[in-house]
Write a protein that binds this ligand. Structure first.
Ligand code: SF4
Ligand SMILES: [Zn+2]
Length: 125
């Protein structure tokens, strides 16, 4: 099993990325909730040193398929930033001081939430 562990972890990461990509497409069709304030979050990403632009699209770090094994705090998550910002479940992995963000049910100190309760940030269908 230990020999297979890296492959299993890679498979899990790929599966999550596929689920996120599918959700982003469904959200783009207006069938899933999106953050009302996603432009503010996406704008934060545009000023972030982790941002990578490829083919005119901003990503949180290198696009996921170019680096499957990654630490989101160091490498970013690899998601397109606009799609990530629209997903009410997503958070930035960093604080405004570029330290690892911490969140619980009542608050989040990531760059996007900055200490706000993530549940209080509105979303719309
Ligand atoms: S989600 Fe956070 S770390 Fe990723 S690009 Fe946006 S601001 Fe930077
Ligand atoms: Zn947050």
């Amino acid at each position: 099993m230990s020999l297979l562990k890296p492959y299993y972890a890679g498979f899990i990461h790929l599966s999550r990325a596929a689920v996120k990509a599918t959700a982003a497409k469904i959200r783009g069709a207006g069938l899933l909730r999106e953050n009302v304030d996603w432009p503010r979050k996406a704008e934060t990403c545009e000023r972030c040193p982790l941002r990578v632009v490829q083919c005119g699209v901003s990503y949180c770090g290198k696009p996921f398929l170019q680096q499957i094994a990654r630490d989101p705090v160091v490498d970013g998550c690899g998601c397109p930033t606009r799609a990530k910002a629209k997903d009410p479940k997503e958070h930035c992995p960093l604080t405004s001081d570029h330290l690892p963000a911490v969140r619980d049910n009542n608050s989040c100190n990531c760059k996007w939430c900055n200490g706000l309760n993530p549940l209080s940030i509105p979303s719309r269908t």
